[in-house]
Design a protein around this ligand. Structure first.
Ligand SMILES: Cc1cc2nc3c(=O)[nH]c(=O)nc-3n(C[C@H](O)[C@H](O)[C@H](O)COP(=O)(O)OP(=O)(O)OC[C@H]3O[C@@H](n4cnc5c(N)ncnc54)[C@H](O)[C@@H]3O)c2cc1C
Length: 203
């Protein structure tokens, strides 16, 4: 199946990216309306191990697993343009407009844009364009990141977000980088800098 964006990894970074992409629809922006987004996730987010007392805006003592489920519900409630599916991606190849994303079971997804958000524990998928290196922000050795241009681009149409992009391992930094990647993608489609803001109705 063909998608506008395939996001590999459904932790805070991948889900926040999907949320921001979908939130841009329904505003009369023809360059994003009708587009479809896929999140493929193996389901092993680091957030599942966390208990959160320092995530901005999140109630003290929230379990990471609950926060992750809340994020998934938020994405689904906001938009039908996002599909979240369980799966393990084993290969990403191609270029903008014609990326191919292969799952372990042979399922093939085609995409205009791909976002890699698979965390920093390992990077086992085949990606000819990805230069993997030691993650310098990790307090523990052996964690990985994929090199990018400083604004999350590995190459045209291929982005990296979250811990795999080399941000520090905190919920807010991972989620924030996913949002930044979404805004970068939206801005490319719009041909100008974009943000997605909602305001309360005047009473
Ligand atoms: C024990 C512990 C406690 C923590 N406590 C806190 C805290 O108190 N405060 C705080 O702010 N942060 C905390 N964190 C950090 C926070 O959980 C991480 O920074 C955050 O989860 C990183 O988000 P991410 O989306 O980059 O990666 P992840 O959350 O790791 O998500 C990556 C996702 O990609 C999936 N994936 C990987 N490979 C593939 C593949 N090939 N195909 C498909 N899917 C794939 C994984 O299964 C996973 O679901 C804690 C982390 C741990 C481990």
């Amino acid at each position: 199946m063909r998608w506008d964006v395939v996001i590999v990894g459904g932790g805070p970074a991948g889900l926040s990216c999907a949320l921001t992409l979908a939130s841009a629809q329904g505003r009369g922006w023809e360059w994003v309306d009708g587009r479809r987004f896929l999140v493929v996730d193996e389901g092993e987010s680091d957030l599942k191990k966390a208990l959160l007392n320092n995530a901005p805006g999140v109630p003290l003592g929230t379990k990471g697993a609950e926060l992750l489920e809340q994020l998934r519900r938020q994405v689904k409630a906001l938009s039908e343009a996002v599909e979240i599916k369980q799966g393990k991606v084993v290969k990403v190849e191609g270029s903008r407009g014609s990326f191919k994303v292969y799952e372990e079971d042979g399922t093939l997804h085609e995409a205009e844009v791909v976002v890699l958000a698979t965390g920093f524990q390992k990077f086992e998928l085949e990606c000819p364009d990805c230069k993997v290196k030691e993650n310098p922000k990790s307090p523990k050795p052996g964690r990985v990141m994929v090199e990018h241009d400083g604004d999350y681009r590995v190459k045209d149409g291929l982005f990296v977000a979250g811990l795999l992009a080399g941000v520090s391992s905190m919920f807010a930094t991972a989620a924030g980088s996913g949002v930044q990647v979404a805004v970068n993608i939206l801005s490319e489609w719009a041909g100008k800098p974009v943000v997605v803001h909602d305001v309360p109705e005047k009473t």
